[in-house]
Design a protein around this ligand. Structure first.
Ligand SMILES: *Cc1c(COP(=O)(O)O)cnc(C)c1O
Length: 417
């Protein structure tokens, strides 16, 4: 989508000087924007028991995580490294939700030791962990509305969560093994932009939780509705009305649980930071192949989503207004034909040297980057609430690229014959 107006108002006046002095490419995040986004969410739930845990994988930068933590956000982790990162920025105990899948027992043990709210992805874990925590939550496999949507992949082949038919037994078994407190987790939408469907997905988990509590005879302390709220990547799409979403989720909880009020927990990533980041690049080539090609100085290494799943990211040339619009492909430099930020885009006739922005890179952007072809991941900058531009991750260098390589091979196993 077009840059959020306030972000554009803050960024664009600085951009020519920033680009001239710092170089391109880089991601830049709007601290004000992501704080306001978090506050909007917290405010929408009012004084009802609710906590949003930012999905670390969406933007695992310490400064971003600290910013959100300071706002009262928790952090949702899915791996030991994310867990350590959360701890390093100061998250303690139930500031952390650990929701992972295909998890090694040692990883659960780490999360349990950290005091995190742990989501068990499968009941077989009950046999494997040394000691069950007091508080146990299972993730339910996509069910209800989700089982009929293609958003989360085929429900019959989902690798996530406990099948709904096995859920009650899983809780009974957890209780038999000493668990005394319970929660439930269900993430059954992905990049969902339709308010009704998003509400339906959350309500499915809430209702299932209420049914389960009655069926098994336990109280639920929380219902984790996961992540998956979408953002309008395409021009013309509309953002989710979050206050309406929150009101509907609370209404659903009231209907399902009556006066009991289990905490609503969410793990939104994309919705919080997605629109508040942009990839800043410059046009370095303009040529004609089968079609008009505009080459920029960033590649899939900086933003994988378009090449990986054909995801749409809006592209703009903020300083090229008034030129004739022309149809182009915008490409990176990887030796892969899918290394394209945009196909068949109408842009004001780009010329070499133009600043080009790839929008909505605040979530699942830099984080998914990789170093194939020796194209290294770019820097991350932040436009702070004080109006400064700070570097919160430098660009990678040759030394980073080879940091794990052994110039002198290290013996591992001697084979004697
Ligand atoms: C990826 C993920 C999230 C965050 O998803 P968004 O689309 O960024 O909101 C939350 N919870 C779990 C378990 C996830 O896998």
């Amino acid at each position: 989508m077009p840059l959020p107006e306030e972000f554009a108002g803050r960024l664009l006046p600085l951009l020519p000087e920033l680009v001239a002095g710092y170089g391109t490419p880089f991601h830049i995040y709007d601290q004000r924007g992501l704080i306001d986004q978090h506050r909007e969410m917290a405010t929408a739930f009012g004084t009802e028991p609710y906590r949003q845990y930012f999905a670390v994988k969406a933007l695992p930068n310490p400064v971003v995580l600290s910013t959100l933590l300071a706002e009262g956000s928790g952090l949702d982790c899915a791996s030991p490294v994310e867990l350590e990162l959360a701890q390093r920025v100061g998250a303690v105990a139930d500031d952390v939700v650990f929701t992972s899948n295909n998890t090694a027992v040692s990883e659960y043990e780490l999360a349990l030791k950290a005091g995190a709210l742990v989501t068990f992805d499968d009941r077989s874990l009950l046999d494997k962990v040394e000691r069950l925590p007091d508080l146990v939550a299972f993730r339910v496999a996509p069910h209800g509305t989700a089982a009929r949507s293609t958003l989360m992949g085929s429900a019959t082949h989902s690798k996530f969560g406990v099948p709904v038919g096995d859920l009650a037994d899983a809780y009974r078994e957890a209780r038999r093994r000493g668990a005394r407190r319970f929660g439930i987790h269900g993430m059954i939408c992905a990049n969902e932009l339709d308010l009704d469907r998003a509400v339906r997905a959350a309500s499915d988990v809430v209702e299932l939780g209420a049914w389960l509590a009655a069926e098994v005879g336990v109280e639920l302390e929380y219902v984790n509705i996961g992540g998956g709220l979408g953002i309008p990547y395409q021009p013309g799409e509309r953002a989710i009305d979050f206050p309406a979403y929150a009101a509907a989720v609370l209404a659903s909880r009231r209907r399902a649980f009556g006066r009991r009020r289990p905490r609503i927990v969410s793990e939104f990533g994309r919705y919080v930071t997605g629109p508040h980041g942009v990839l800043v690049t410059r046009v370095i080539n303009r040529c004609r192949k089968g079609q008009d090609v505009v080459g920029v100085d960033a590649s899939m290494a900086a933003l994988m989503r378009p090449g990986y799943y054909g995801a749409y990211h809006h592209i703009s040339l903020p300083f090229a207004t008034g030129r004739r619009e022309t149809l182009v492909d915008v490409v990176g430099s990887l030796c892969e034909n899918n290394d394209k930020f945009g196909i068949d885009r109408m842009l004001p006739d780009p010329v070499e040297g133009d600043i080009a922005l790839v929008h909505d890179t605040g979530a699942h952007g830099h984080a998914m980057g990789f170093t194939y072809n020796g194209r290294l991941r770019p820097a991350e900058l932040m436009l702070t609430t004080a109006g400064e531009v700070v570097e919160i991750r430098r660009a990678e260098t040759f030394d980073d690229y080879l940091a794990t390589a052994r110039w002198n091979p290290v013996p591992i196993m001697e084979v004697t014959r």
